[in-house]
Design a protein around this ligand. Sequence first.
Ligand SMILES: [Zn+2]
Length: 490
Amino acid sequence: MTNFEVRQYDAAGRLGELTVPRAGVTVETPTILPVVNPHVQTVEPATLASEFGAEILITNSYILHGSDDLREPVLEQGLHGLLGFDGAIMTDSGSFQLAEYGDIDVTTEEILEFQHEIGSDIGTPVDIPTPPDVDRKQATEELKTTQERLEHAATVDTGEMLVSAPVQGATYPDLRERAAADAVSTGLDVFPLGAVVPLMNEYRYADLADVVAACKRGLGEVGPVHLFGAGHPMMFAMAAALGCDLFDSAAYALYARDDRYLTVQGTELLDELSHFPCHCPVCTDHTPAELDAMDADGREELLARHNLHVTYGEIRTVKQAIRSGNLMELVDSRARGHPAMLDGYRALLDHAEQLERTDPVSKDAFFYTSNESARRPEVRRHQDRLERLPVEGDEVLLTEGSSSAQYDETWGVLPPFGPYPRELADTYPLTAEVPDRTDRAAYEAAADGVRRLVDLHPDVSFTLVHDDWPATALDRVPDRVRLRDLHARD
Ligand SMILES: [Zn+2]
């Protein structure tokens, strides 16, 4: 399985290349697959490619299969001919319809063969999308059916078409993790995380982070991982940091139909906007009032175009952030758009240990931008490595100030990381930019680092010289450490 290669990591986020052999293209990830409704094209697929740089899109083979007016044309012209698109085309199977209407009239084998026949580049079996919060028995039983279908899908002859293996398991992390490992074992190619749309619709970003993290534990570093139905740019950075590579967006078109305007911080209603907070051609050439005065079709198309500009713009922003090693700073900044996103970011940080495994050892700079920064993977990694750093001497000074000859050894202390040998001062992440007026979380994290070091060396005597740490931080330092304030007179 070599259709996906990771070029660079930041946290669990990845810049990758997905080779789609049937289309003869390589798609750079993370990326978005615009959802194209074969019946109603708000923006033509050719325009998606030429104006927005779309390399891949997704459409629904179940709709084509069941359509009196499109079934024959698509079999005759092929999917690329029908849609007028040369890039990669992924097809969904009807699982969404199954979830919405409770019943569909194709089997996995039929729909996979149909997808292959019409020239799909990435096909999808009919899995069972188990919604969040169902009882465990239902989630387990439906997972069993999904897994049987994935195993069956792996035996269907689909030539060069890649086949996806959706991961279900509702909101049970252990089921998601197992389902993901089982999906990998089928040898299929792309891993959509299914039935997460209800979580996103209800702004349950913390639950979403837990579900994605659980799936990723089961998947390991195979890929690519597709967050199925995720089309709002506000959550791309967070999902990418957790290790999602593909998103798909019906939102750009659906929202446009209801006069909803996407931003990286959330959604605005057109009639509540006096100014467009965006630099895209639509927003620089028009005012909200002008759009408002247009006929519905014209307005819908322009809003869809704006929505696509924001969507692709955020994908590029995420890619550049991974390239620059500041994806976590971007997640932090996006988390300020909505309290539910902040919950999502905090839940993501609960998985810092998992994110740390692929996080590069060295990056440009660590910016401490909020109290959440104290829980970032880099802080955890620094404190973990205290176990491997030797302490020489019986009397050791840990200080935010300068060295003292009275001690056998002097270590620096930097919130939020804690103690560090002075010779590491110029190495990542200790080159961090931390505000002078920092917060309690940074001091408390640093105190936890002090405790880690002190507990590792029961025979060494430690003195901590701190710069006005709050009591909540000092309380976390073991009692046997002598404390002095940097600015107190001796
Ligand atoms: Zn715009």
